[in-house]
Design a protein around this ligand. Structure first.
Ligand code: NAP
Length: 219
């Protein structure tokens, strides 16, 4: 069978994937009333250190619940209504310079909105995308972390090579849940264990040589 140039390129080059980072309770809760229902400063510090300088991908609801972009990172917001999001939040977007060219990406995306702000030499960006399908981790020079919420984890976990999961050691009431992932991922490391939570590193089953022949996460 003849392969196209694109197929050959993809077969010969290691693919870059998304990585997911999340925190869930024993009963899989990740959110309640639009917020994260616990306060664990040590876990927030871990999240900050891990994502700093990288791309953080989040759904519109998570972005609105934060109320501002995460500093010193490229915040990639998913919404099917980018203009509406921008118009509804002048208090956020009004502080930013808007670009139209996609100059920080290897290629410009058709529906991209790009805002940037530099404060004391540190740059924070907001990129707004209206489709997950258009997102390709290889287009970004840094790591690209999926940061929630439920809807976004659900759609992207199949495309993630790694999952960094904080397991909060208690049951919590909530309305947003982490999707099932155990059939796709294998725990490869316990990064931290504290009285209140554990940080676990999972890797996509298909990237673990002993788990089978396949070496590529499905796109
Ligand atoms: N514990 C944790 O680790 C963690 C992390 C993050 C968030 N959370 C919690 O999770 C909850 C929010 O999760 P959620 O599921 O309700 O909302 P979400 O995933 O944050 O955002 C959902 C929104 O994302 C947009 N969207 C979803 N799929 C899309 C696609 N394929 N293309 C373009 N846009 C898309 C839509 O925005 P439009 O409606 O604008 O089109 C949709 O309404 C909150 O409670 C938050 O605190 C917890």
């Amino acid at each position: 069978m003849l392969l196209s140039f694109g197929q050959r390129w993809r077969e010969n080059c290691p693919m870059k994937h998304f990585k997911a980072i999340a925190a869930m309770s024993l009963n899989r809760v990740i959110g309640a009333g639009g917020k994260i229902p616990w306060h664990l400063p040590e876990d927030f510090q871990w999240f900050k250190e891990t994502t700093m300088g990288n791309v953080v991908v989040m759904g519109r609801k998570t972005f609105e619940s934060l109320g501002k972009p995460l500093p010193n990172r490229k915040n990639l917001i998913l919404t099917r209504h980018p203009q509406r999001l921008i118009h509804q939040h002048p208090e956020i977007f009004g502080q930013y310079h808007e670009w139209r060219s996609g100059r920080y990406l290897k290629k410009a995306y058709q529906f991209e909105f790009h805002f940037t702000k530099t404060n004391k030499g540190q740059q924070t960006d907001i990129l707004i995308f209206n489709s997950l399908e258009k997102l390709n981790p290889s287009d970004f020079p840094t790591e690209i972390f999926i940061c929630g919420g439920s809807e976004i984890y659900e759609q992207t976990l199949p495309r993630c090579s790694d999952l960094y999961l904080t397991l909060v050691k208690r049951e919590v009431a909530g309305d947003a849940f982490f999707p099932p992932f155990e059939d796709r991922f294998v725990q490869v490391e316990e990064i931290r264990d504290t009285p209140e939570f554990k940080i676990l590193h999972y890797r996509h089953r298909s990237l673990i040589p002993s788990e089978g022949q396949v070496t590529q996460v499905p796109e």
